[in-house]
Design a protein around this ligand. Structure first.
Ligand code: KG4
Ligand code: ZN
Length: 381
């Protein structure tokens, strides 16, 4: 079979990205333009600003990806684009652009679910390093700013299907990282900052109660597709516990001072964060991270045992977290599981994962009609 080159486009949240991927197994180019500096003053993603930035950046980003790959719109075999889930206005920019290109150069359009993209980021890199045999059953944890979802992934020939066996009841794990960093005056996005700062703190300093959620079991479900145990997550309680902790310990003035000083620094380094953060706050950050990681790993391994899976894929922005990776590696190995992550650049949003997820659909000729619409709440099945 000859090589297939797919141009992927991703614009679901605050990264405009385009990539060329060969046959779902080799990244030829992957350009990611982050909007961090646009959203930083607001401490989170502002949807209207995100759409405007995507509009501004989509053409140069796609051109750069094609140029770096030595390709043109005419030379690629298909255009893949994120259809959802994500911010409606942001998704529309990528989808409209992809449709226009397909129409102009007469190429097939492939619509990809962003969450499936995160799962295929792992598979793409595994194939890239020569590892083609995936041992099933496979459980995937997609843990990002918008999602904390567990899926059982199945493959029949080229066709992939997913069964959701767990999700967050409130905040996603990445959202909790971002909100806690904002509460503590550490800026945005919170995950990478907390990750780096936590290394200097005592993770046992503050005790957080583990989120208690009654797991629904098979008796609660009448849908056959949803039979089996469910493993849900919840992170809004821990965020409130952080808030209560610093209120009780009168940390507000220090937080305000830090917030003001950090705003003055364009790109704060880890030394800046350490200089501006007192030890009790660093301990609080380390304890928060430990609690979230412990909960994510424990529930995922419980689900892995319940469904007797052989392989665990951990992906999405929070999969870049050092403590999460180390803990999954250690405890996954103890449980006899094969655990795979994407590299850090492919953990967070990127278009290479969209082009990779599109490859099996290309083989199946699963092309999208030109009147397809973006879906902010698109479900993965
Ligand atoms: O997958 P992603 O780029 O976008 C979504 O689909 O949401 O994930 C972004 C999320 C943000 O909440 C960010 O704070 C978090 O991933 N994140 C991290 C780390 N790097 C990014 N969280 C913890 N540790 C990290 N190193
Ligand atoms: Zn994502």
């Amino acid at each position: 079979m000859s090589d297939t080159y797919i141009l992927g486009i991703e614009s679901s949240c605050d990264e405009t990205s385009a990539a060329v991927v060969r046959s779902g197994e080799q990244v030829i180019s992957n350009v990611v333009l982050s909007q961090f500096s646009t959203h930083k003053p607001y401490g989170g993603v502002v949807p209207e600003l995100a759409s405007r930035e995507h509009l501004r950046n989509i053409v140069p980003v796609v051109r750069a990806a094609l140029e770096q790959a030595g390709h043109t719109y005419e030379s690629v075999d298909a255009i893949a684009v994120t259809r959802g889930p994500g911010l409606a206005g942001a998704l529309l920019v990528g989808l409209s652009f992809a449709k226009a290109v397909c129409f102009a150069v007469d190429k097939p359009l492939i619509a990809v679910n962003h969450l499936e993209g995160h799962i295929h980021a792992v598979l793409l890199e595994q194939r890239q390093s020569g590892h083609y045999d995936l041992e099933f059953p496979v459980l995937a944890l997609v843990v990002s700013g918008g999602h904390t979802h567990l899926y059982l992934a199945e493959r029949k020939d080229e066709s992939w299907t997913y069964q959701n066996v767990g999700h967050t009841r409130d905040d996603a794990a990445g959202e909790a990282f971002d909100k806690v960093a904002k509460l503590l005056g550490l800026g945005y996005p919170g995950g990478p900052i907390i990750d780096r700062l936590a290394r200097f703190g005592d993770p046992t300093a503050v005790k957080f109660a583990t989120p208690q959620i009654k797991h629904r079991d098979r008796r609660d479900h009448c849908q056959p597709a949803e039979s089996g145990a469910h493993f849900d997550f919840s992170y809004s309680g821990i965020k409130t516990a952080v808030l209560r902790h610093f209120e009780l310990n009168h940390m507000q003035d220090a937080i305000e001072r830090r917030r003001k000083e950090l705003v003055q620094i364009a790109k704060p380094t880890i030394d800046d964060y350490r200089r501006l953060t007192d030890q009790p706050t660093i301990d609080l950050v380390a304890s928060f991270q430990r609690a979230v990681v412990h909960d994510l790993v424990t529930k995922t391994l419980q689900a892995a045992a319940e469904y007797q899976v052989a392989t665990l894929l951990v992906t999405g922005g929070v999969a870049a977290n050092s403590e999460l990776r180390e803990t999954f590696e250690r405890e996954g190995a103890q449980a006899g599981l094969k655990v795979y992550f994407p590299s850090r650049p492919l953990s967070t949003d990127n278009a290479a994962m969209i082009a990779a997820a599109a490859y099996p659909k290309f083989l199946l000729k699963d092309f999208a009609p030109m009147d397809i619409s973006a879906e902010a709440g698109l479900v993965l099945k």
